[in-house]
Structures are given as C-alpha cells and as structure tokens.
Design a protein around this ligand. Structure first.
Ligand SMILES: [Zn+2]
Length: 364
C-alpha cells in the first residue's frame, strides 16, 4: 500500500529515566532505560525514519484524572509519594525511583497516543515503544515491573473521553500472563483478551485455560499456556484458535500486548523464539486486522529484556506492518537442543478448543 502510515510512539525519557536502583543482575534490574535506548540506537544506525511511511509520534500529555480511570486514587498517590521521596518498592517486584510516577504516566499517554492515532485514522497501524510495562498492574496495586496498566487505561480512556464503545480485541504475546489486563475485562462483553504465555504446568499459576471470563464476558478471556522451551516452529499454533475467534468476534480494533520475553536470549523468559516469530506473527495478525477491523492494529510494548534482541524484534514487527521481507540477523541462526514441544502444544490447543466450542460457533 503506497500511502501506508505506521505511527511509532517514542520519547527520549523512556530511553533515559527510571533507572533501577540495583547492581545487575537481579530480575527487576532488567527493566531499564537501555531497553529503549538500544532500539532507538539501532533505528538511527539503519536510518529507519528516512522511510516516510513511518511517523514519529509523542505520548499524549495526560492529567492524573486519566490514570484514575484505571487505578485507585490511593494507589496513584502512593506511587507519587514514593517518587517524591526518590525511592521505594511497592507490590510484587515494582521498584520506584524519582522518575517512576512521571514516566509511568507518560507510558499511559504513549499507549493512548498509539491507539488513538489508529482509531482516528491518522495512521494505519502503530507501535508504542514505552516503559515501564503495564500488563501486570492491577487497579489497586502494581505488580511484575508494571506500574500503571497502559493498555487497560487506554481502553478506559477511549470509553470515557472519546465515547468509543466498539469492540476491542487484545492479543498478549508477552512471555507472562497479563493478569492485570485479564482482571479489568474478565466480565466485559466488548473486550476480548487472548493471552499466549509460558506456563508452569507443575506448580501452576494464574493463566489456566479454564479462566474463561464471567457473566457477559464468558468465553472472552482466553488463555493459551505454552511450555518453556517453545521455538519458532511451534509459536504460531495458537492462531488455529485466535483466527476463527477474531473473525467471529469482529473487533473494531486489535491491540497487541507486545512482550519480547519469549526471545531465546531473554534473561527472564524461558522460550526459544527468534525475531522471525515476531515477523510472522505480525504478517498473520495484520492480515486478520485488514479483514475484520479495517487494519486497525496497535502494538504496545510490554516486557522483553534482551538488549541484543530487542532492536531486531521491534524491527521485525515494523517490517511485517510494511509488508516487506524480513531476514533475521545471522547470529540468530542457532540450533536449540530441546525436545520438540509440538505434541504438548497440540494437546493444549485441543483441550482449549473443547472449552471454547460452547462459546464460539467457529471453534469445532
Ligand atoms: Zn513478561
């Protein structure tokens, strides 16, 4: 498409602020400004923005009352108080620095900008390169490196401020289950949440296939757990369920909770994807979006902590959106000495289909 426009939300603060107050390497230290800096450095090196189809966007500047759509006043004030003090911890694995409140608020503004630009037809698709991540954040408490729930907050903003009452599908490809997003829309008939996530089948955790939603939202919370060690050949199996469900649900907008922590070199996740998986994912989801939601598709960055892989994974998605060829970098041509997970994934897929066929005509 000649006149295609892709909006990329960037801001230098994401590449410089909210430095974790720890010596490396502990888990929380991976959520740091270099995640964005390394992506922007790469874009500069390859002169990405010389491509006039790519439009730089800045986060929307928002007031605190917008955050109150998604979070309690007490929780928002707590983040602000600790940020004013200059340090602290809150919830499960959320560190606070002097920058946290302002940067987390800017991340919400970045997600809003990305999605709003798509629904207003300013751009065809968009990608918000924001941090800290959001998909674990709960209404009353941050969790798992997430301060404010960027995606949930964006949807609540669309409803309240823009009176947008159309159907939205969220597809979450972060390595972890987005329990925060699931919490917001568990009973909501207008928001479908589909999460593919690494799952501990021995110990168990949230994100089971039978968490299907409640009331009007029943059947619209869909969890596709996968075993650790999954690779490029196995990753896209979930489309056998996602594809028919998106065609039946007919969302007006698709939002991708875009985590890159299933990447093989990620220090947190345990899967074995290369950047090729993110390219193939984008090709497939774009095709569906073009058929069901007039191409309205927005990627919002969540996790993903490999400073080697992030630039290539983000670029893979941009290439996919531009309908261009993508070649993964040579260093990713590796052989992983793990037993194939395909049999296990097909079993999960079949049992999930059994659970979903009562709720969706196109699932058999
Ligand atoms: Zn994650």
């Amino acid at each position: 498409m000649e006149n295609k426009k892709i909006g990329i939300v960037i801001d230098n603060d994401f590449a410089s602020k909210n430095n974790p107050p720890y010596p490396r390497p502990i888990f929380a230290s991976y959520e740091n400004p270099n995640r964005i800096k390394i992506i922007l450095n790469y874009f500069e090196k390859i002169n990405l923005f010389e491509d006039k189809r790519l439009i730089k966007l800045s986060p929307l500047i928002i007031e605190d009352k917008i955050i109150e759509l998604a979070h309690s006043r007490y929780y928002i004030d707590s983040i602000k108080r600790l940020s004013n003090l200059g340090s602290g911890h809150i919830g499960d694995e959320v560190f606070i620095t002097k920058d946290t409140f302002n940067l987390a608020k800017k991340a919400v503004g970045g997600a809003i900008k990305a999605v709003e630009s798509v629904i207003k037809n300013d751009v065809n698709q968009s990608f918000a390169l924001i941090r800290p991540p959001g998909h674990h954040a709960l209404r009353e408490m941050g969790s798992g490196l997430s301060v404010f729930n960027n995606i949930a907050n964006t949807i609540l903003y669309l409803r309240e401020e823009l009176k947008y009452d159309k159907k939205i599908a969220i597809v979450d490809i972060d390595d972890h289950f987005g329990d925060g997003i699931a919490q917001y829309f568990y009973c909501d008939s207008n928001v479908l949440y589909f999460s593919v996530h690494e799952f501990d089948f021995v110990e168990g955790e949230l994100g089971f296939p039978d968490e299907l939603g409640e009331g009007e939202g029943l059947g619209k919370n869909i969890n596709f757990p996968v075993p650790a060690g999954m690779n490029d050949n196995e990753f896209l199996e979930f489309f056998d369920i996602l594809d028919p469900i998106l065609r039946e649900f007919q969302p007006d907008l698709i939002i991708i909770a875009t985590g890159f922590d299933m990447y093989f070199a990620d220090p947190v996740g345990n899967c074995n994807l290369t950047s090729l998986s993110y390219f193939r994912f984008t090709e497939k989801i774009l095709k569906i979006a073009e058929e069901v939601s007039e191409g309205k598709l927005s990627f919002i960055l969540e996790g993903g902590y490999s400073l080697i892989g992030l630039p290539f994974c983000v670029h893979a998605i941009i290439k996919g959106l531009l309908n261009e060829h993508f070649e993964r970098p040579l260093f990713e041509n590796l052989e992983f000495q793990y037993k194939s997970k395909m049999e296990e994934i097909i079993k999960i897929k079949n049992s999930l289909k059994e659970l979903l066929k009562n709720h969706w005509n196109l699932i058999e």
